[in-house]
Design a protein around this ligand. Sequence first.
Ligand code: 5GP
Ligand code: MG
Length: 177
Amino acid sequence: MPILRSEPLITELEIKVRLGQMVLDLARDLRGKELTVVGILRGSFMFTADLVRQLYINDIHPLIDFIFVTSYDGTESTGEMRLLKDMSLDVRGRYVLIVDDILDTGRTLQFAKDYISQRGAAQINTCVLLDKPSRRIADVQADFVGFTIDDVFVVGYGLDFNGRYRDLPYLGVLKEE
Ligand code: 5GP
Ligand code: MG
């Protein structure tokens, strides 16, 4: 059973500062458009919540929805995507910002982009807290990236290991005991 390294990879303060910067970039891109934020559950719940609070500070008040997409079992992606919960909002003609915790192989984000595009969104941008470009399989990039990281397994700030550690307010790394 791996244990959590005591020192954070990315601290609570570093996350907060970076989100403030990201939202300035987002705000430039969004000016005048009506936004729908679609978070990908479960990993993005904390990031989505903090991101929309930063949008609020910039006087941007999006509609907010979630989809629940999963492909994950332990630390290895199975490659098979499942939609466990659909959106409740109609995104036809809308400007949608997909929010996910981490862009790893890219399968999840590719699936979400294709799905929301099929549902008739007018424009889709993507925003991820973390990017692990070294692990990419699907040909997908995020429009907004918080931090680019090496190939380490991170937990906290919404990200789990077998369901645990999602509650941490910072990003940590697991190590083998
Ligand atoms: P992808 O489909 O891009 O391979 O994977 C995206 C999903 O895999 C993320 O939303 C996340 O749930 C999970 N994932 C990928 N890398 C990590 C990681 O380092 N830590 C955790 N906890 N989950 C990860
Ligand atoms: Mg996820």
